[in-house]
Ligand binder design. Sequence first.
Ligand code: CUA
Length: 279
Amino acid sequence: MNIHTYEKLWLVAAMVLIVAFIGTITYGSVGLGIAMVGDDSDSIDPNDVLDDEEFGDPGVQQVGEDEYEVYVRAQTFAFIPGTTEPIEIPEDSEVTFHVTSPDVIHSFSVVGTNVNTMVIPGEVASMTVEFDEPGEYGLVCNEYCGSQHHEMEGLLVVTPEDEFDLTELSVTGDDEVALGDEVELTATVSNGLLEDLETTVSAEIGGEELEEDVTVPGEGETEVTFTVDADDLGEGDHDWTITVDGYEDSGQVTVVENLEDEESADGEDDNDDTEENDE
Ligand code: CUA
């Protein structure tokens, strides 16, 4: 059988096209490494999200020199963290986001990057991005999730490396101390970075200034206790402030003449008692 040359050419061209179509579809679904949510990601019972080790208290964790993991809860109608406080990460870092929802379907989109995933209750969506330069990125929810869907947004801040830390400060101490006793405030400084943190904790208690140098181990915490004689402060209210690396906690301590008397008087009538003392 004789096939015309042009017909042969068209047959070959059609074959090449078919192979090319199959090739591009295969490359697009496998070669680019695009994974569907739920494909290789973890699952989690939506009812357990709030009690989960990571998602119960979500935030930024350092896992390598320039590698961070960020756990985010997308819930009606906020990203936690992200909405009330921005997610902060340093420049030149590789960041893996893990996002899940305890309630309905949301999305987690970092505007200006290719992070844009559906967040399905019961599934943990994970994706990795590199941030080279400091900057700010908006976070938005692209899935209709309820009446406040349009207000579900947040902020991601990429900070210069030397401005980044994962330090937290919390202070405990008595509200009321009797004359003759000591005012004692305990500051707990925690360091979420892998490297040790060398810093100074400063305290100002009723005008008295104290400070202590500390080394907080990586992924650890250190307690510092500041004490001042209540006699040195004298009776009355005294403000205190404790600071470390730009973090601050403050409060007030009241020095009273005698703790037991004050407490029993409190039980009866607080206001009358104060007036009597003043006279
Ligand atoms: Cu969450 Cu829309």
